[in-house]
Design a protein around this ligand. Structure first.
Ligand code: SAM
Length: 242
């Protein structure tokens, strides 16, 4: 039996097969959830990306907030501080990740976080329930079909007047030294087996296709690149079509 099979129960196949070592195995979950390690994984850009995500969250429209999957680092805690006594929702398919998020939130007595185990590809929320959905470095880790289902779900649960914030790798960074240096590129795409496909993936086009089905329209209203266009933070406004 392959080692990853022991993680296969009730998690998406790609997560158990390709990311057991990153998100499901207790020793490495403990290891990765240290600020210097997360910062190193994001080539020193963690703080800037986090601050930009928080900047958009501060300016978000009133209404419910969903953090679509847990992340290592401080994001969930920072959201709790930002939200004060306002409730927010966090979902993830991995119980160990939810347990870590819960532990981190333990220090924030006032928080009203609702944590739930859910697959991002089929959320158990009704339509139009959130004014903001934050997706922080999830999409590039998904095979194309799962990524598309996740974006469709994010759009479905976001109400018109709301927004989807995406923090991710930028489109194919052909001029970036990490891309041009083939050893670095091969290492990165080995550790992140769906990244090469994600680099060519058009988020806006995918959202627009599903928006038509859902009776919504979508527009990318803000985009900011980081680390010489290696990463991006984008805001997609969800509207009612005119
Ligand atoms: C947000 S992503 C990437 C996090 C990022 N690399 C970081 O730590 O900064 C990782 C999380 O997504 C979760 N995840 C992956 N696929 C999922 C899915 N289909 N549904 C729900 N959670 C999922 C994993 O369990 C993990 O906790």
């Amino acid at each position: 039996m392959n080692f990853w099979h022991r993680f296969a129960t009730a998690t998406p196949d790609y997560l158990a097969r390709h990311y057991w070592w990153a998100y499901l195995w207790p020793p490495t979950v403990w290891l990765f959830d240290h600020q210097p390690i997360i910062n190193a994984i994001l080539f020193g850009q963690y703080r800037r990306l986090l601050d930009q995500a928080l900047h958009h969250l501060e300016q978000r429209p009133p209404g419910r907030l969903l953090q679509l999957t847990c992340v290592y680092g401080e994001l969930t805690e920072k959201i709790a501080v930002l939200q004060r006594d306002q409730p927010f929702f966090v979902c993830d398919v991995a119980p160990i990740q939810l347990a870590y998020a819960r532990k981190k939130l333990g220090g924030h007595r006032q928080h009203k976080a609702h944590l739930a185990r859910m697959n991002a590809e089929s959320l158990a929320f009704g339509s139009d329930r959130f004014s903001t959905v934050l997706i922080f470095f999830l999409l590039h880790e998904m095979p194309a079909a799962a990524r598309e289902r996740t974006l469709h779900e994010a759009l479905r649960v976001t109400q018109p007047g709301g927004q989807i914030i995406v923090v991710e790798y930028a489109p194919q960074p052909v001029h970036h030294f990490l891309y041009r240096f083939s050893l670095a590129r091969r290492l990165l795409t080995r550790l992140e087996p769906f990244l090469a496909d994600f680099w060519r993936f058009d988020i806006l086009n995918c959202l627009q296709t599903h928006a038509v089905q859902d009776g919504k329209s979508i527009e990318c209203t803000q985009v900011r690149y980081f680390f010489k266009r290696f990463y991006r933070v984008e805001v997609y406004a969800v509207r009612t079509p005119r």
